[in-house]
Design a protein around this ligand. Structure first.
Ligand SMILES: Cc1cc2nc3c(=O)[nH]c(=O)nc-3n(C[C@H](O)[C@H](O)[C@H](O)COP(=O)(O)OP(=O)(O)OC[C@H]3O[C@@H](n4cnc5c(N)ncnc54)[C@H](O)[C@@H]3O)c2cc1C
Length: 393
């Protein structure tokens, strides 16, 4: 997204992606109203929504035997009053197609960054492994957007504050039938928690476990795990055997952390590379996109003029740090107060008071809708102040 916006502003950009495609199983699938709004501002919303997706307008869940609604997106002041569920690889493919319309944009797949090039304490480029051998790329600015296991942040020796997470996620899919119902739902039953994302012909399931427990779970029979899942989602009983081996169940490790300083001369980290997000609220993609927009808004002009300075990079962190801190604070609060409690018992927990309020007073659901759908500080696409170069049809 940052590459797209910088190229749109006429800045030469090379994006390096270590995989040969974007088809990864371990990404989130949610495109939030604020991200959809950015697509609208770029004039590409309708094209995006022509891709297969599902629209979620209300968020709710089951706690014990009670169904509760917690967020109603219909009052948001955005063009789309829904979360679009779309595999992230479709969304990234879409962004790459849009970005390639700008001659200043280059995307190199199969190019894994393995090191930074440093001269006189300034980052001046990256070293990558590519299909054609090692490649050094020098640039006025390196943007580390390589996720929560970022090699860029490691190599730059940036200080990380870790906030911990009590859970990991097991990620698997099971077929979906039309009579299963539509709703994307979180279920919390007797110390077990699952979130199921409707992907039309299958359910993408995220099953929460206590951190570090996967090895122990794998030592028991697969049938025991199947039975556990069925105890939370009884309607999967007739197809749970689709999970035939542990290979179909991927462990996603959850962590929450944040760089103290997101930059060094010649380098800026954004998205999970600057602040790894918990899956709670499914807001990490949205935050990463907002960082990208803020970075492009602030940096396009100095980059185009070849005058980028450390104070420009400071401005990006100043702009994005507060919404990141606030979002992570809410995530850590929910992890510590709710998730830890759920995973630490075999009994049904009572519906928390705050959730009861949301369930009984529909107008209160606008607040979580705003937090999840839009976040704490929304960014908007700025018209490039420099001349946009010719766009390919
Ligand atoms: C279990 C789990 C579920 C989640 N579910 C959701 C959800 O539903 N919705 C949501 O909004 N958020 C969710 N999140 C959070 C979300 O996944 C992240 O916050 C978001 O993906 C961050 O985006 P990013 O672009 O910064 O990093 P990433 O999405 O991780 O992208 C990093 C990219 O860099 C590439 N890369 C990595 N290393 C290199 C390298 N050395 N060289 C070149 N390329 C490299 C990767 O291949 C990848 O394409 C979830 C997180 C977890 C742990």
């Amino acid at each position: 997204m940052c590459g797209l916006l910088l190229a749109r502003a006429g800045v030469d950009v090379v994006v390096l992606e270590k995989h040969s495609d974007f088809l990864r199983d371990f990404r989130g699938d949610t495109i939030h109203p604020s991200t959809l709004e950015l697509m609208y501002e770029l004039g590409i919303l309708n094209e995006l929504l022509r891709r297969k997706h599902q629209e979620v307008r209300e968020l709710g869940g089951q706690i014990g035997n009670e169904f509760v609604m917690i967020a109603d997106l219909s009052h948001l002041k955005t063009h789309c009053k829904f979360v679009a569920l779309m595999p992230q690889w479709d969304f990234l493919d879409f962004l790459a197609i849009q970005a390639r319309r700008y001659p200043a944009f280059q995307l190199k797949m199969d190019a894994e960054v393995i090191d930074l090039l440093e001269e006189d304490r300034r980052i001046v480029g990256v070293r990558a492994n590519t299909r054609d051998g090692p490649l050094d790329i020098r640039a006025d600015l390196i943007v580390g957007a390589d996720g929560r296991h970022s090699i860029v942040r490691d190599k730059a020796r940036l200080h990380v504050d870790e906030f911990g997470a009590p859970m990991d996620v097991l990620w698997f899919r099971i077929s979906r039938r039309p009579d299963d119902g539509e709703q994307t739902l979180g279920r919390i039953i007797k110390g077990k928690m699952i979130v199921m994302l409707n992907r039309d012909d299958y359910w993408q399931c995220a099953y929460l476990i206590r951190k570090g427990e996967f090895d122990r779970i794998k030592q028991t029979a697969l049938e025991a795990f199947q039975a556990e899942v069925v105890s939370v989602v009884p309607f999967l009983r007739d197809r749970i055997t689709q999970l035939e081996s542990w290979d179909q169940i991927k462990l996603l490790t959850v962590k929450v952390d944040r760089l103290r300083q997101w930059y060094r001369p010649g380098l800026l980290c954004i998205g999970d590379a600057a602040h790894a997000m918990s899956p709670i609220g499914g807001v990490g993609i949205n935050l990463a996109i907002q960082d990208a927009v803020a970075a492009a808004n602030i940096l396009a002009q100095p980059l185009a003029q070849g005058s980028i300075s450390i104070s420009d990079l400071q401005r990006v962190q100043r702009r994005r740090e507060l919404p990141t801190r606030m979002t992570q604070r809410v995530q850590v609060f929910i992890q510590d107060r709710l998730i830890l409690r759920i995973l630490g018992t075999n009994e049904d927990i009572p519906v928390p008071g705050a959730v009861k309020l949301l369930n009984h007073w529909p107008f209160l659901r606008r607040l979580p809708a705003r937090m999840i759908g839009v976040g704490f500080r929304s960014e908007h696409i700025q018209r490039p102040k420099i001349r946009t170069r010719h766009v390919r049809p």
